[in-house]
Design a protein around this ligand. Sequence first.
Ligand SMILES: Nc1nc2c(ncn2[C@@H]2O[C@H](COP(=O)(O)OP(=O)(O)OP(=O)(O)O)[C@@H](O)[C@H]2O)c(=O)[nH]1
Ligand SMILES: [Mg+2]
Length: 564
Amino acid sequence: MGATEADPFAIFHTPPPNETAGERAAREATEAEQKRVSDQIDEQLKAEKLALKKQKYIVRVLLLGQSESGKSTTLKNFRMKYARDAWEAERLSWRSVIQLNVIRSIITIVETLQAEMDGEPLELAVPGSPLVTGHVPLTPSLESPGPSTFDYDPLSKEGASPAIASFTYRDRAGSISADAPGLSRTNSLSRQKAPLSTLLTGKHQLLKLRLGPLRRVEKDLQRLLGASAVEEQDGAAHAYGPLSLELESQALVGRRSTQEFGVVRLQEALERGVAKRASMLAMSQHGHGTSREGTPPPGSPDVGVDDATEVIASCLEDMKTLWTDEVVRVILRKRKLRLEDSAGFFLDDLDRIAKRDYEPSDDDVVRARLRTMGVQEYRIEFENKDTTLFSGGIGGDAGKEWILYDVGGSRTVRHAWIPYFDNVQAIIFLAPVSCFDERLAEDSRVNRLEDSFLLWRHVCGSKLLASSTMILFLNKCDILKKKLKAGIMVKKYMPSYGDRPNDVGHVVKYLKQKFIESLKENSPAQRSSYFYPTSVVDTKATSATISAVKDSIIRDYLKTADFV
Ligand SMILES: Nc1nc2c(ncn2[C@@H]2O[C@H](COP(=O)(O)OP(=O)(O)OP(=O)(O)O)[C@@H](O)[C@H]2O)c(=O)[nH]1
Ligand SMILES: [Mg+2]
């Protein structure tokens, strides 16, 4: 502390009576320097104390759930609503991801046509035994060992693999095929007897040729983002344990191995993408590249059009022709590819996206798909206007600063979750309820809904998370609605559903009840829990949900936090 009039030690600083002007100036300079250093230390201490206090009052929220359950999409909703500046600043950098999504869809179509031309057989799902019910297993060894020998660990690298008995097919997104009940093909093309490959003409060959440059652009964009291609592999079969729900396996749709792109550190990838793109653009403008000048979008940092955007724009008409071609559609249906329901689907928006001045909208960013491979950490600082809970409450700013952790959901990366289980205020668990008739991409023996249940049970039972608030999003209700409307019967896959009405309201209510029962049975202690039916790609509806979720988490936090 510097000397003041009230300072009892001021006597020690009183200048000597016979001080010369020079001595006085030197003394005052020394005192000023001492005061500066002292003030600096005070500031430092204050900042450290504040940081410590803030650290203590940080709310940690973990997003959990299987792959493609909607964790990253939920996080995007949070950031869009509560970290608007960062969201706006980042939006343009999602263009590369969306372009990559578009190209992947086109290449998937081209490869499917090629498979048809080559007469490749349709992919078969792995045969197994029924999941639960009275059906006779194919091999005695696959019979359920019963509740006492439950050994499935959804957090382990391997996990177990309840087997299924069917030789059916499924698209790369795991969506129901067009041949499912209610979706039968009416197109006369699809009923024709001759091999479909005979309908592929010179036009299709030409399209394939003209769209060839997209393969190079895909590689360029992948490099730009530092994204790795992830090919899902079927896991090995293991013993399967008791099941929380009866799930009938017979008509599960099969799953092709998928190729997706993923990144370990998303934010770095996006930043790197923008920086590299700018430097490539600069090079191209100095005559080292193939880019052409274009009209810069308003507010865009680009002054021209980069190579990837240029190639995509020049392929617009061919991409549209391919996507809208009747023969192509029939072949996609035959090969059970419903791109419309798959992650990162943008082919209906080509006119807007394959443009030289394309800038992603909020909705585009929310729908863009890049698989999470590492653990992503995002900070959000809530403001007083975001909730009434902060005003005048104990703890001052407590509860305002959050860290949201987004993890990869596939089985091979779940072991990385555990270190983040410490000191977590809340879990937001994403369970896609539309996937009652789907299997895991990483293990086609496992029903996706089953995997979600087992994972939920495991998370609820974790002692490390015993006091964490549990929030469940029964997600992808929009897709569930579509499937039920198409006539797909839940009871066919889940006999325990019985004769309840086959509509979204009843299905969601039934599943919610199952999740609640599991929470009660497995939680080590009493805890707060909240359940929401969601479609997190619907940003408007999700905005209201996350606002309620935020208030619940803060309220629980303020109730339990130690402010002493
Ligand atoms: N129609 C629909 N699509 C959804 C919904 N939630 C997520 N999606 C889509 O599903 C895909 C996967 O969502 P993500 O949020 O990336 O899934 P994730 O849980 O982060 O997956 P990993 O990173 O692999 O663990 C994306 O293309 C989303 O746009 C939903 O409620 N409805
Ligand atoms: Mg993710």
